[in-house]
Design a protein around this ligand. Structure first.
Ligand code: SF4
Length: 304
């Protein structure tokens, strides 16, 4: 199994040295492709260049652990009524101004004495998942912060969970490289991808990313991993991504892969750097859902 064994010494996968004898490295995990000076962190804050080698600082650092209903992820058509052991860590490669989980997503791993996280090995997390089977647990969900920035831990855990005949689910922003997807998707049973908007300007100015890589991830999974169950979530923010035309375009585009793809239109609440606007009215969200149903059979509203 790839990866190393403790938080301080987990060498990152998907990295390359940059020429010039400067000890700079490039991370190949996500489309940012950060070029990182010795001693510095990547944009996600959890991958650090130490003496010319990139390390995953968040390996085994678990900020949140809960046995959640599967519908909370959200998944509506993947083992409905079951529970899934949900684990989060620290860091994110986007910086969405409305992030509800910014306390963990927009920070590096805190001091070990802070009491803000616990350490678990992949074996320990997989064992906990098994021990919750009698409470309806079907496996492990990698969620709360962006799980791909904790790639090595997720990959090792997912392999163990699969070996234990349980399931792996990933809740992600989809802003990830093809290499990273190819490495882990053989072990993943379900993904929920945030399609935050259908405009590059939204991704650029609100999230610090871009739309095309997220579209690529959705298309890649639909085309190359049809056995991986996929649901999509769009958090609707009035005035930013709430036009009928934008929701229609999202639904129309998703339907080119399958009209069965579940789409969750969820109501945002002011958070972190985005204290306005007020949440969309539920009847408006329902109208947008009706629009999406012109193209998709399974459209759900959430947070209402
Ligand atoms: S995963 Fe982190 S370090 Fe790697 S390219 Fe993305 S933001 Fe940069």
């Amino acid at each position: 199994m790839k990866g190393v064994t403790d938080q301080k010494h987990c060498k990152a996968l998907l990295q390359e040295s940059l020429s010039g004898g400067s000890n700079r490295v490039r991370c190949l995990l996500c489309p940012h492709r950060c070029e990182i000076d010795e001693g510095s962190l990547g944009r996600c804050r959890v991958r650090q260049n130490i003496e010319g080698v990139l390390y995953a600082l968040s390996y085994g650092a678990v900020s949140s652990l809960a046995l959640d209903p599967i519908e909370k992820k959200p998944f509506t058509q993947f083992h409905p009524g079951s529970f899934i052991l949900s684990a989060g860590s620290f860091g994110c490669n986007l910086g969405c101004k409305f992030c509800q989980n910014h306390e963990i997503s927009q920070h590096s791993v805190p001091d070990p004495d802070s009491g803000l996280f616990g350490m678990l090995s992949p074996d320990e997390l997989a064992f906990r998942a098994m021990s919750f089977k009698d409470r309806g647990n079907i496996g492990v969900a990698y969620t709360y912060n962006e799980p791909f920035v904790n790639y090595e831990f997720m990959l090792e855990t997912a392999q163990l969970v699969r070996t234990a005949d349980m399931l792996n689910a990933v809740v992600t922003n989809g802003y990830v490289s093809t290499d990273a997807l190819e490495g882990i998707l053989p072990f993943i049973d379900a993904v929920n991808i945030d399609l935050k908007a259908f405009s590059d300007s939204f991704y650029r100015y609100v999230c610090g990313g871009s739309l095309a890589p997220v579209q690529h991830s959705i298309a890649f999974i639909a085309e190359h991993y049809p056995r991986c169950h996929m649901e999509i979530t769009t958090l609707v923010i009035p005035g930013l991504n709430s036009s009928e035309n934008e929701i229609k375009e999202i639904a129309r585009w998703l339907s080119t892969f399958s009209p069965e793809i579940p789409l969750h239109l969820t109501r945002h609440h002011p958070a972190w750097k985005m204290t306005s606007p007020e949440p969309i009215e539920p009847y408006e969200l329902n109208m947008l859902a009706q629009t999406a149903r012109e193209f998709l059979r399974n459209v759900y509203v959430g947070n209402v």
